[in-house]
Design a protein. Structure first.
Length: 143
């Protein structure tokens, strides 16, 4: 299954799977996302600080959140709310973005460092409310 189409849409197979097994609480497709890597290490790769922009999608279901992009780098997160590492994900909302900060090992155990995904969603307050209802500790900044 491809990570994401060039237009940032979720793959039809993923949407069908989610609609059959989980209730989707929030969906944004074709949104601008920025990934910031700090002290990032993966097999054959290292970067002290790097910022990459791309188009992708963001989904919050009753069980998990998923953010994926069309990059071959697989800049993504797919984590259940009951996953042991979910509590280590930091969430911040401001007027124009949702920030997800997490250890790269959430993506794969052979990765390390920090990743910050900046999701440029049109309705950050709605996303913040959905994440709070799902158990996320989210800081809301009005400035």
């Amino acid at each position: 299954m491809r990570a994401c189409s060039d237009s940032g849409e979720s793959p039809p197979a993923l949407r069908s799977q989610l609609e059959a097994a989980e209730r989707i609480h929030y969906l944004a497709e074709g949104i601008w996302q920025t990934a910031v890597f700090k002290e990032f290490r993966a097999p054959g790769a290292y970067c002290g600080h790097r910022t990459i922009g791309f188009i992708g999608f963001f989904i919050v279901t009753e069980k998990r959140l998923i953010a994926k992009a069309r990059l071959g780098h697989q800049v993504d997160i797919d984590i259940g709310f009951k996953h042991p590492q979910f509590g280590s994900v930091s969430f911040v909302a401001d007027r124009s973005m949702i920030y997800l900060r997490f250890d790269a090992s959430i993506q794969s155990p052979d990765m390390s460092g920090q990743i910050e995904l900046r999701l440029h969603v049109p309705d950050t307050q709605v996303v913040a409310d959905v994440l709070k209802k799902s158990g996320a500790m989210i800081e809301v900044r009005n400035g």
